[in-house]
Ligand binder design. Structure first.
Ligand code: KG4
Ligand code: ZN
Length: 340
């Protein structure tokens, strides 16, 4: 039995997981640094890389213990090469190389976005391309045609803020906390998402691109124009963020199904941190049912950053003969490329 160690440190989560060659997850440990970044209202890159250094040995140890394995039993080390924060990526790549050097293991660098695509394979091995993918996270909002595993065509992306970034910025401005996505998700439950109408940029244009910066500004402006007692009105704030969330979901659903119509896929896979959003999941499924299209989401813990998705993606490439040399370095702007 082959065992793959997956290391993910592209942002502020220190993640290590072990999977086997059937894509079964044996352990998946995520150490969130949220409490350290919360007071700054966002991620501080220097803090993130220093915390990775501190957490990674513990997270690695826990992941091996949960899997009832030690490093000798690992056959491949897969690590996020990019895109992401350089200092954070470096910590993961250094750990992968250190294990490879001292334990004489094969290692390879994985694209973080491709990792989010592979998350679905951990729980739904029956889902096979071709499918249309929507990856929505703190750094990306992308519509990708997946003709086969490893064969991608980029169809649309955000021209400014990513969807998760808009969540985080709205939450920060409204003093709701960090990270904004899960907080707004929770506050919106049972609130009136149709109380305010916010339109997103490029919503009705012909492209498959997105723009969330104007939407974020519209919500922030609305909040700024409110009277002080209104800002203390919990119901009003919940309706306001629910209306923001409704607009984000609407534009994500509309553009994804527009792409589906143009390119003719019969299944959709959604991934990335924002795919954990309950409203988006419900809206996507609802639209899918209406149009007779299957929509798949990984479980929320495999939507947000994790080592298992990186291990899965690494396993796929390794099985096709890829491995990396010591020259492999992190690349903060690593593009998603197709295999030959
Ligand atoms: O994929 P991810 O963990 O890291 C990146 O690759 O960026 O995504 C993080 C983003 C953050 O912006 C966070 O606010 C958002 O995903 N997020 C959510 C939810 N959980 C995380 N957004 C909306 N609803 C959620 N439940
Ligand atoms: Zn991510």
């Amino acid at each position: 039995m082959i065992h793959v160690l997956g290391i993910e440190t592209s942002c502020d989560d220190s993640c290590v997981a072990v999977i086997n060659d059937k894509y079964q997850v044996l352990s998946n440990v995520v150490s969130s640094q949220t409490e350290f970044h919360r007071r700054f209202g966002g991620i501080v890159p220097e803090v993130a890389s220093r915390k990775h250094l501190e957490y990674l040995p513990l997270v690695l140890d826990q992941a091996l213990r949960d899997a009832h394995l030690d490093l000798e039993n690992i056959d491949l080390v897969a690590v996020t090469q990019g895109p992401g924060l350089l200092g954070s990526l470096l910590m993961g790549v250094c750990l992968a190389k250190t294990i490879a050097l001292f334990k004489d293991k094969t290692f390879l660098g994985v694209n973080h976005l491709e990792g989010h695509l592979f998350a679905i394979r951990l729980e739904y091995p029956e889902i096979q391309p071709p499918f249309l993918a929507l990856i929505v996270s703190g750094g990306h909002t992308e519509i990708i045609a997946v003709r086969d595993w490893g064969k991608y065509r980029h169809l649309g992306s955000t021209r400014d803020d990513a969807a998760g970034e808009a969540y985080d910025k709205v939450s920060k401005f409204l003093n709701l906390g960090y990270p904004g996505g899960p907080i707004i998700d929770r506050l919106s439950e049972g609130a009136q998402g149709d109380r305010f109408h916010f339109s997103a940029g490029l919503e009705d244009d012909d492209t498959l691109d997105f723009s969330f910066s104007g939407l974020k500004t519209a919500v922030v402006r609305h909040y700024s124009s409110m009277k002080e007692e209104e800002k203390k009105d919990e119901k009003l704030i919940r309706d306001l963020v629910a209306s923001f969330q409704e607009s984000v979901a609407r534009v994500l659903v509309n553009k994804t199904f527009k792409a589906l119509k143009i390119y003719g896929f019969s299944q959709i896979v959604v991934g990335g941190g924002v795919a954990a959003n309950r409203h988006l999941r419900a809206k996507m499924k609802e639209e899918g049912e209406k149009r007779g299209v299957q929509v798949f989401f990984p479980s929320p813990s495999f939507c947000t950053d994790n080592g298992a998705m990186i291990a899965a993606c690494g396993l796929f490439h390794w099985e096709r003969g890829r491995k990396d040399s010591w020259e492999m370095d992190p690349d903060p702007r690593l593009p998603l490329t197709s295999i030959e």
